[in-house]
Structure formats: C-alpha cells, structure tokens
Design a protein around this ligand. Structure first.
Ligand SMILES: C[S@@+](CC[C@H](N)C(=O)[O-])C[C@H]1O[C@@H](n2cnc3c(N)ncnc32)[C@H](O)[C@@H]1O
Length: 213
C-alpha cells in the first residue's frame, strides 16, 4: 500500500486516541472484554507479538509467562498503551511500527495476536504476510476481527457506509479478513463466529509451511 495510505491511517488514529477508550467503553463492557479473554486463552507463553496494540486494551489479558512485544503505527495510541502498561506493571515492549513492514527477523515469535486491527491496516494482506513471516513454523496466529457480513442487503449497506466510517474513525467495516488470512498464505485452523450474521470472528491460523532458501 502507498505510504500515503499508511500516513492517513496513522493521522486518523492519532486524532481519535484521546477519546478512543471512552468511545468504545460500552461495547468493551458488553462484549469485547469477554472476547479478548477468549482470544488470549489460545496463547501460552513464549515470545508473542501484538500487532496494532492501540491504547493497550489487551495488556490486562497477556498470559503471565509470555514475553510480549506490541506495535502500532500511531504514536498517540501508543502513548496510552505505555501509560496502561505502567499502571499494570506490565513489561510489554512497545514500538512504533507499520504492520506492513515489521522490523523483526523471520520466525522469531511463537505467536502473533491482533484485535480489531486488520480492518484498519491499509493493505491487510501485506500485513498478514508480515505476520506469517515473523511467526515461527508451528506457531499460532490469533485474530479477533469484525468483518463484512455475508447477508446481501446488510453487506451492501456496509459497502456504502464504509468510506464515511473510514474517514470518521479509521476502520473499514467491510473487510473480508478470513479470506485475507488465506490470501496471505496463512493456514486457517478454525474460525469461531462470535455474533449473529458472522460480524465478529475469532480466527486461529498457522503460519505457512516455508521451504528453506
Ligand atoms: C481499531 S484499533 C484497535 C486497537 C486495539 N487492538 C484494540 O483492540 O482496542 C486499530 C489499531 O490498529 C492500528 N493500525 C492501523 N494500521 C496499522 C499499521 N499499518 N501498522 C500498525 N498498526 C496499525 C491503529 O493505529 C489502531 O491503534
């Protein structure tokens, strides 16, 4: 994706960072919190990458034995994640980084996690390819994502509203992330439908089998 698209995404999240947690407080309490716990139950210890950490809402759920590195493209979101990590005495390593160009060597992580991120990454397939690259063979990729629903009228409505939501708050509402996971070469292990209509999915995948070179 063009650097302009990444810059625009960063600017949107920098702008909403001060109100992000308040904006999501109700859904966080009603559903997200429960779904985050469910996601982290699939991650054990080892070296874990969180992509798009945002304001650090997953920090309370990091498994004790895990050594987590968390990245985001928005400095303002990261500032809040840093504050949250300090309050919770978490030793998560936080870094400003573009998911489409991860600055890590191949296969260094045991697992990678992202929650509501690949709706916002400008080129989600490129971001997921990077995740595939940095997770070691036999490792795990766990994603919590809202996607375009598979119902003709509602899906079409999501397509129509997408440009407005994108400009206003940052995410696309019509991404097909389960398909993008496959396009990136990851191997889907399972997809749990968390809501009616397939709106929110927990996607568990394995990195592709890499042939040595
Ligand atoms: C909807 S927020 C989700 C934040 C957090 N994961 C959560 O569950 O609350 C999406 C996050 O992805 C980040 N993001 C978007 N594009 C990115 C990219 N190319 N690289 C890294 N982070 C990105 C945004 O800055 C934002 O913090």
């Amino acid at each position: 994706m063009t650097r302009d698209a990444v810059r625009r995404t960063k600017a949107r999240y920098d702008r909403i960072a001060p109100i992000y947690d308040r904006m999501e407080a109700v859904v966080e309490g009603l559903a997200f919190r429960r779904w985050r716990k469910r996601l982290w139950a699939h991650v054990d210890g080892g070296r874990v990458l969180e992509v798009g950490v945002g304001t650090g809402k997953n920090v309370p759920y990091y498994p004790g034995p895990a050594r987590v590195t968390a990245v985001d493209i928005s400095d303002r979101m990261l500032e809040r994640a840093r504050e949250r990590a300090r309050t919770l005495h978490s030793d998560v390593g936080l870094a400003l980084m573009d998911a489409e160009r991860l600055g890590f060597p191949d296969g260094v992580f045991d697992a990678a996690v992202a929650t509501f991120v690949f709706c916002s990454v400008p080129d989600p397939v490129q971001g997921l390819k990077e995740v595939d690259r940095v997770v070691k063979p036999g490792g795990r990729v766990v994603l919590l994502e809202h996607v375009r629903v598979n119902m003709p009228i509602v899906g079409r409505l999501m397509d129509l509203l997408d440009p407005f939501v994108l400009r206003l708050i940052g995410p696309h509402i019509n991404r097909r992330t389960a398909v993008n996971v496959e396009r990136a070469g990851l191997e889907t292990e399972r997809v749990d439908e968390l809501t009616a209509g397939g709106l929110v999915k927990l996607i568990i995948a394995r990195p592709s089998e890499k042939t040595g070179g």
